[in-house]
Design a protein around this ligand. Structure first.
Ligand code: PEP
Ligand code: MN
Length: 338
């Protein structure tokens, strides 16, 4: 249930509604927009139905949200959410965010070289995994805290925001100390204790779509994070598993405009995991920008042959530079910038 308040609604009126809701056992989330303030009420449907919230002072309209995801829905918040990642870096506005870096942080020098390249190409958000969700327990699992330290140091040197995956709720505090954005990987999309854990922080979160998750399940996972108080969530389409085996996954391009219709949250696309092939990244990224994504997450490595993970899908710096050049033209055509 969404309660839209009158433009002049006072703080007392807002508190009155929130107090009443809490007495009824409902959870209230206040979203203060420039034009309107809305209160999202979550709780048992029968309580919501019989409570005449329309008569409360300051209330303009009461809108039942039919979708199972409430706070995530466009009904709850019609305008796009713009997330501040760091001073001067936002995601969800006119500018399309470029997030780039190696699949895994392998060593300090390598990360520094790649960061220097991508920054020079115009990217100001650095990615790199320190805790890697590998299919095989015998593959490189990431450098852990050492990798986080490198990310922080290199991010500071090049004035870039940083993104890394957190795989375990026990690591949330540790990872939050070092990076600007927490990534929830595809394999953890329905790790509900992890979702609640990142929901209890104020860190921006990139929530990747699960390998076989429907859009509804994905939005419900995002709802867990918002329902726990953190509204700084970006969704990331990273390809889903289909019958096709020539590519690592299949990019569900439909998801981009669909999520835009259903939700106010920014939507990113990861063409690297979606395709698994560096030779497809340029075309697929152009399609994603044309479809309306708010950002791209791209794996870059200066020696893919020797990469400890995901070499075949990593762009070399020159190709990353070309990608940004090509995307500028597409962005321009859809009234965005890069
Ligand atoms: C990654 O971004 O390195 C990663 C492991 O992605 P995903 O969770 O989408 O597989
Ligand atoms: Mn990877």
């Amino acid at each position: 249930m969404i309660i839209v308040l009158k433009s002049g609604a006072t703080e007392e009126q807002i508190s009155h509604i929130v107090d009443k809701a809490q007495k009824l056992g409902l959870k209230a989330n206040i979203s203060r927009g420039v034009e309107k303030t809305v209160i999202g009420l979550i709780g048992p449907e029968d309580v919501l139905r019989v409570t005449p919230l329309e008569v409360f002072p300051g209330v303009e309209q009461v809108i039942p949200v039919l979708a199972p995801y409430k706070l995530v829905s466009r009904e709850f918040q019609p305008k796009n959410t713009v997330i501040k990642i760091k001073d001067g870096i936002e995601i969800g506005g006119t500018k399309i965010a470029m997030i780039a870096g190696p699949c895994a942080v392998e060593n300090y020098e390598g990360l520094r070289r790649i960061a220097k390249f991508v920054k020079a190409a115009g990217c100001n958000i650095l990615r790199g995994g320190a805790f890697k969700p590998r299919t095989s327990p015998y593959d490189f699992q990431g450098l852990g805290e050492e990798g986080l330290k490198y990310l922080k140091e290199v991010g500071q040197e090049f004035d870039m925001a940083t993104v890394t995956e957190v795989m375990d709720s026990r690591d949330i505090d540790l990872v939050s100390k070092y990076v600007d954005v927490l990534q929830i990987g595809a394999r953890n999309m329905q790790n509900f204790s992890l979702l609640k854990g990142v929901g209890a922080t104020y860190k921006p979160v990139i929530l990747k779509r699960g390998i076989s998750a429907t859009v509804k399940e994905w939005l419900m996972s995002a709802e867990y994070i918002l329902a726990n108080g953190n509204f700084n969530v970006m969704l990331c389409e990273r390809g889903i598993r289909t019958f096709e085996t020539m590519t690592r996954n299949t990019l569900d391009i439909n998801a981009v405009p669909l999520v835009k219709q259903l939700s106010h949250l920014p939507i990113l696309v990861d063409p690297s995991h979606a395709t698994g092939r560096w030779g497809l990244i340029n075309s697929v990224s152009k399609a994603a920008v044309a479809a309306g994504c708010d950002g791209l997450l791209v794996e870059v490595h200066d020696n893919p042959e020797e990469a400890l993970s995901d070499g075949p899908q990593s762009l070399v710096p020159k190709n990353f530079e070309n990608l940004i050049k090509d995307l500028k033209r597409i962005a321009d055509a859809v009234d965005r910038t890069i």
